[in-house]
Design a protein around this ligand. Structure first.
Ligand code: PRX
Length: 634
């Protein structure tokens, strides 16, 4: 259970040497409260942070805020790749290892990529893209597994001013297709296959299926990951190694405007159509850089492991961009955390002497279920800080992580943020006293609160809607091609104030306690999934008349989808059909969307205006009071 008074103070040594402590000393700030108060002047804070990056031309205005549209660092000329790669080329970082790449099959060799080697491959690949006619502003979809080439592809796009759209390699061909169509991508970058739990996932096959219906795609570039046989369409499909072989290892980095688009990343909302979140070069760079530097305290000697997938925002911000900007060494692991057994991560941490580990509550709960004996077999004493992200961490999992992984010495940074926010916003710093289950307080320069239904700040320990009150540099700029939806989804519930969609409380010490989503979005194993997406996949099946999907709690994954289905006339309810429908959803969206349970109904509860009342189904499933039913049809 959560306890507002259970407090863990950070070790004195850690506090003394922390990057944030140095920053505070420089500005004459003595306590965390003084820091947070001073940084309420957020233009001051974010200008200070921007000075640590390199600009081709200095910006002349920090922020232009036409609520809800923000522009940061106006007048500046910038490229995130200059900061992640180019600027290291004349320093000793050039020969430092950027990525320790660990393939899933244990008989394959670990690769160590230096910054210089990365630069060479990025330049060659960028030149190859240019030869294919890719220009500034073009959209490129990337559908790759966790291999160094995913970072190389992203950085090559950004280098020449093209916009990348990474699609998680666990998504099906249908999800990939929708995202390519929305982005109107010119090129798709994929691999022949990828390994997951010892099995080969045939990515090129999925890609072929998708591009049948995507007229914008001119070329498919295939990275040979697994030496498997694939179909290559003459003229359209090209091998990565062939098109880069003859390219020069020099390629100028495009000098962009601060606000030029860096990427779009699709995330789930409350309708069936995913939203293309838009991030730009400069503000995003400053925000991700500052948060990694201060929250995870990265230093020259650290070995960083963000155990996420590049297909999600965590991978974009904290595997690819910010660690490279900080000149860090990171682990990039291809496969599953429990393959070939539950000791895989711990073995890697011991071998590479990883110092900071960042993962999700789902992964922690999974390891907790396997038992601490697995971690106990390895020397984890190199660890000095831990992190959690993606969903609320239950205090039991927090304490287990703290004790068995962190050896009761490593503070846990429970970081709250979203695809939309670009970087962490509510979080402890290494100097913050921790409470298990609380993301503690807003990062310097951020201002958050929790509102009641009618837009007043809640009283301590009451539940409400988490909101963000001031702009921040990494914030989404809009939804791709849909500024109206951007305004409506985030800024209309409380006019001019950013609605996170999360339910939250704040305790008497000002600590934030996130409770989960307040809308019809699930958080399955730390990944967002709209109930409407699963419903539209279900009703696309020949047997289904109507479907309602709710989230039900799951011991490991947080939430899982449960579906209520009515069948069309002529179809029989059966266990086989349930299985068929589950497989169908998996195939339509991806395995994360697979319903845990399907229940056939003759009718679904609806309002008189015909809207399905998922709230009632949920109350029933959880054995809770059903509340107000005055709008129920019958
Ligand atoms: O509900 C919150 C939850 O994850 C959502 C954002 O999901 P996504 O955009 O996929 O990004 C995940 C990685 C940043 C939020 O609206 N969430 C994220 N971090 C936390 C969290 N809930 C509680 N505590 C967190 N630390």
């Amino acid at each position: 259970m959560a306890d507002n008074n259970e407090i863990y103070n950070p070790p004195a040594e850690l506090v003394k040497n922390a990057n944030i402590t140095k920053f505070m000393e420089k500005h004459g700030l003595k306590t965390l409260d003084e820091l947070l108060t001073k940084a309420q002047d957020y233009e001051w804070f974010w200008a200070e942070m921007a000075k640590e990056l390199e600009w081709y031309k200095a910006f002349d205005k920090i922020l232009e805020w036409n609520n809800p549209f923000a522009k940061w660092y106006l007048g500046g000329k910038f490229n995130i790749v200059h900061n992640a790669i180019d600027r290291h080329m004349n320093t000793k970082t050039a020969d430092k290892v950027a990525f320790i790449y660990e393939p899933e099959p244990e008989n394959e060799k670990v690769e160590r990529w230096t910054y210089r080697q990365l630069n060479t491959e990025i330049c060659k690949f960028a030149n190859a893209l240019k030869k294919l006619g890719v220009k500034k502003g073009d959209r490129i979809t990337i559908y790759l597994p966790m291999v160094p080439q995913v970072a190389i592809a992203m950085l090559a796009c950004a280098k020449i001013g093209a916009i990348h759209s990474v699609v998680f390699s666990g998504f099906s061909s249908g999800s990939l297709k929708d995202r390519i169509i929305d982005a109107e991508a010119k090129v798709l970058i994929t691999a022949d296959g990828a390994y997951r739990r010892g099995k080969l996932v045939e990515l090129k096959k999925n890609a072929d299926e998708s591009v049948k219906d995507t007229p914008s795609i001119q070329h498919v570039i295939v990275f040979n990951r697994a030496d498997t046989k694939v179909n290559m369409t003459e003229g359209r499909d090209l091998w990565w190694h062939e098109i880069t072989a003859q390219e020069s290892d020099q390629c100028p980095t495009e000098q962009l405007d601060s606000e030029d688009m860096l990427y779009t990343l699709y995330t789930s909302g409350t309708t069936g159509k995913p939203k293309g979140i838009v991030h730009v070069h400069a503000g995003y760079a400053v925000g991700t850089y500052a948060t990694l530097k201060f929250i995870f305290d990265l230093k020259e000697s650290d070995i960083w492991w963000c155990a996420a997938d590049v297909g999600w925002v965590t991978g974009h911000s904290y595997i690819v961009y910010s660690p490279l900007m900080l000149g860090a060494t990171s682990v990039l692991y291809e496969g599953a955390p429990d393959f070939p057994n539950a000791g895989r991560w711990w073995k890697t941490i011991a071998r590479e002497k990883v110092t900071v580990l960042y993962t999700s509550p789902t992964a922690i709960r999974m390891h907790m279920r396997y038992g601490e004996k697995w971690a106990g077999e390895h020397d984890l004493s190199s660890l000095r800080l831990l992190g959690s992200v993606g969903e609320p961490i239950n205090p039991e999992a927090w304490r287990w992580y703290y004790k068995y992984i962190g050896g009761e010495r490593c503070p846990i940074m429970d970081t709250w943020w979203q695809t939309e926010t670009g970087h962490i916003l509510i979080t402890p710093l290494p100097i913050t006293p921790l409470k298990p289950g609380s993301a503690t307080k807003p990062f310097p320069g951020a201002k958050a609160n929790v509102f009641t239904q009618d837009g007043h700040p809640i009283k301590p320990n009451e539940n409400g809607f988490a909101v963000l009150l001031t702009p921040w540099p990494g914030m989404l700029r809009t939804l791709y091609k849909d500024p109206e939806r951007y305004k409506e989804v985030y800024w209309s519930r409380f006019p001019g104030i950013y609605l996170t969609g999360d339910s939250c409380t704040i305790d008497e010490d000002g600590y934030f306690w996130f409770r989960g989503r307040a809308d019809e979005v699930l958080n399955v194993a730390g990944h967002r999934l709209g109930t409407a997406e699963v419903e539209s996949a279900l009703v696309a099946h020949a047997a289904v008349a109507e479907a309602a999907v709710i989230g039900v709690p799951h011991e490991v994954k947080g939430d899982v989808p449960k579906a209520y289905v009515t069948l069309k006339v002529g179809f029989e309810k059966s266990e086989e059909l349930k299985k068929e429908l589950k497989d169908w959803v998996s195939k339509e969206i991806g395995p994360i969307a697979r319903p845990e349970e399907i229940e056939f109904r003759d009718k679904l509860p609806k309002t008189r205006s015909g809207k399905i009342m998922r709230r009632l189904l949920k109350a029933e499933a959880l054995g809770k009071p059903i509340g107000d039913i005055s709008t129920l049809e019958e």
